[in-house]
Structure formats: structure tokens, C-alpha cells
Design a protein around this ligand. Sequence first.
Ligand SMILES: Nc1ncnc2c1ncn2[C@@H]1O[C@H](COP(=O)(O)OP(=O)(O)OP(=O)(O)O)[C@@H](O)[C@H]1O
Ligand SMILES: [Mg+2]
Length: 442
Amino acid sequence: MTATASILLVEDHEGTRSQLSDALESSGYSVISAADGREALEALRARPVDLILSDYRMRPMDGLALLRAVRKTLEVPFVLYSAGADAQAVFEAGREGAVRFLEFPFRLADQLLPTIADSLGRRSGGTRDAPRAGAERLIGASAGMRHVRATIHRLAPTSTTVLIHGETGTGKELVARAIHEESGRDSFVSVSVPELSEGVLESELFGHTRGAFTGAVSSRPGLFEAASGGTLFLDEIGDTPLPVQVKLLRALETREIRPVGGSAARKVDVRIVAATNRDLAEMVRLGEFREDLFYRLRGATIHLPPLRARTGDVEAIAQMLLSEIAESARVPVPKLDPGFLAALAHCPWKGNVRELRAVLENVILWRDGDGPLERVDLIEAIVAMNPDLSPEDQLLAQKILDAYRRHGWNQEAARRELGLTRGEWRSRFVRLGLDAVRRRRR
Ligand SMILES: Nc1ncnc2c1ncn2[C@@H]1O[C@H](COP(=O)(O)OP(=O)(O)OP(=O)(O)O)[C@@H](O)[C@H]1O
Ligand SMILES: [Mg+2]
């Protein structure tokens, strides 16, 4: 490939922006600059790029928010940089699948340029195993997952509207993409309903004519038209304001849309896939969701069971996630000891696969040495990421685990060192979520 690769540079400091832009251009890249996340999204709408290089600290939309917004629709390599390594940012970026994180200031020749070249190469490089596609991306041999895959195979080739229901992190978006991939339709366009206000949502979906509202200087097609011949994914459809629900229903029934400010209807060929983690039937009872739209949508519903209802799938999913995480962190894939696997299966995973991934990333990030992962490694990560624990509790948990480890997992010795009664030791274990830690198996 000899075509010039294009880079979208997002940096709010003007001086830094022009310096970086010049440097990249003289290294042979074509550069588009943006001063913040919003400008960047605008630029991406206008044309695709091969890589995004973004500052982390920017207002109003920081680099991480930009990354999240981009990841909803694009797989483009992303390099995030920040002055002063911000551990949380590095971690979050990894969780969102940022290709690389650089500490700013960086050296051009031996830090920035190699990172860019490498990120660009990784996307086109064909070193991976045959990639899974369509419903096969969904891992799990449980009856629930087998049923989900079979339903995807059956529905994909039709143009039926599909509703995907499941708790947060159960894989709703993955299912939507799988349906699209197996459908053979053109483009996949995704819109996250809660991120748009009512007025914006309507004109985003249906487009607007020139002069439809202040600022509508020219007419613009909406996402229905952008998705023509393809799939339109309406994520968190339960958040749609009632007036927009009316228009949505009409579009689903007539397969026609009317741009805001326009009177003429336009035919569209779009397959709708919608997702929600809410109980739409309950919302109908509360008058928050239109009953007619609900009936229209629920014809073909795919329900994704929570991870705790298919504990048999956890190990296979964890193995897949660990190899992905290890690959992007460039560390060997860790081995897992039986205690680790047992604890994995027993966690409640309220955030489902999304939480599992975040916890495993934390495990890999904080891991010492290269022995097999043990139960305590998992517990430490879960405790560290438990938003319900105060910082004092976090410290206390760490102190207990350290003492426990120091005493070779001898409860009595650790308890005495900390000066706790048996009752206190027990109740702290339960309260801090340490009760899944057992003696290390040898
Ligand atoms: N069965 C599965 N096999 C492999 N990966 C999965 C599976 N289920 C979910 N994942 C992965 O878990 C993560 C979360 O999935 P996804 O974003 O589709 O969930 P979601 O239901 O849309 O969550 P939310 O409601 O929070 O938006 C993704 O990285 C996805 O690829
Ligand atoms: Mg989702």
C-alpha cells in the first residue's frame, strides 16, 4: 500500500497542534486537524481517516469521550496521549480498545512515528487466526447462547425488525453487528439514542430540509437515508422521547421517512435493529413507551441472558478476552489455576461480559511475575474496581489480602497479625467481597 495514510489529529492547544501537524506531514502523512472531540466527530462524518491521534485532556469533550463515540461506529486505530501518565485514563483507554497510549511530551522519531506506523500496520496485517464472523463471534456453549446464535442465523437474511433485550454488557451491540454481518446488507449505521436530545435525534434520524430550523442552512439527509440498503442500529431505544417514537413507528410501518421541515415522504430500504436494557412492557404500563411501537418492535425479540445465568460460558469467554487483552498489552497469555476459574464462575458479574473484560484487564495490568493467575488475583481486581467500596475499605481489603498472602494463606496467622477476632475477620471478608479467596492450591 503506497497511498498516503490520513491522520485525524485532535489537540486543543493551537501551538502543539500545528507543530504536530507539520511534523506528521513532513513524515508523509496527510493530516486533518481538529481542536476538540466534537470537531473531530464532525470531521469524521465528512470523510474517513486511517488513524486518530488525540490528546486526552480537552474540553468540552475529552479524548476518552471521543474514543468512546468513535468506537460506536468505527474500528479505526486510535492513539491517545496525555501529559502526565494518568493511570485511570490509560486503563479506560485500554478497556475501550485504544490501540496505544503515549505519554506527552513524546519524542517524534522513536516514540510517535513508530507507534503510528505500528498501529496502521496492525490493522492491515493478516497475522491473526481466521477471524470469527457473524453469530460465531458470540462465544458460549450454553443453551441460551446456542439459541441466540440460531435465532441470529434465522433472522439475519430477512428484513424483519429485531429487538435485542438484555442487561448491560450482555452483548446486545455484538448481536446487532452479527445480524448485520450475516444479512449481507451494505452499511451498518449506529445511533445511541440517549446521547441525543429530542430535537437533534429527530433531525439526525430523518434529516432536515433547508431552513427547517435556525441553523439549518442547507438540507441534510438523516441516518435512515445514510443506512439505505443497510442496517440502522438504534441503541437504547427505550430512551426515545415520545414524539420521536411516533415518527419512528410511522417510518417502520410505511418504510418512508419525512425530513424535519419537509412534507414529501421518501422511500427508504433500511433494516432496523433496536436494543434496550429496559423493560419496555413496564415502560408501556407507565406511559413512557408507546404501546403500538412496542408491539411493532417485539415481533422478533432476542433476549440475552445475564452471565450469571450461564456460568458455564464464563471460562470460554474469559479465555478469549484474556488472549485479546494480552495481545494488545503485548504480554504472553496467562495460564489460569483452578481457583481462579472457580472464582470466575462464582462472581455475580452485574456488568456481565463488559465487567468481566474490565476486571481481566485490571488483572493483567497489575499482575506481578508470570505464574498462573490465582483466585486472589481476581479478587484483588474485583475489589479494586468495586465502586461501592470507599477508599478506606479498599485500603483495608488490600491490607487483609497482603497479610493473608504474607502468611502463606494461613488465615489464623493473618488474623492474629491484624489483631482481629474471628468474627471480625469473617464479617470483613464478606463485607469487602473477599470471601471467594481460599487457600492457594499447590
Ligand atoms: N457471548 C460473547 N462472546 C464474546 N464476546 C462477548 C459476548 N458477549 C459480549 N461480549 C463482549 O462484551 C462486550 C460488551 O458487549 P456489548 O457492547 O455488545 O454489550 P451491550 O449489551 O451492548 O452493553 P451495554 O448495554 O452496556 O451497551 C463487548 O466487548 C463484546 O464484544
Ligand atoms: Mg450497548
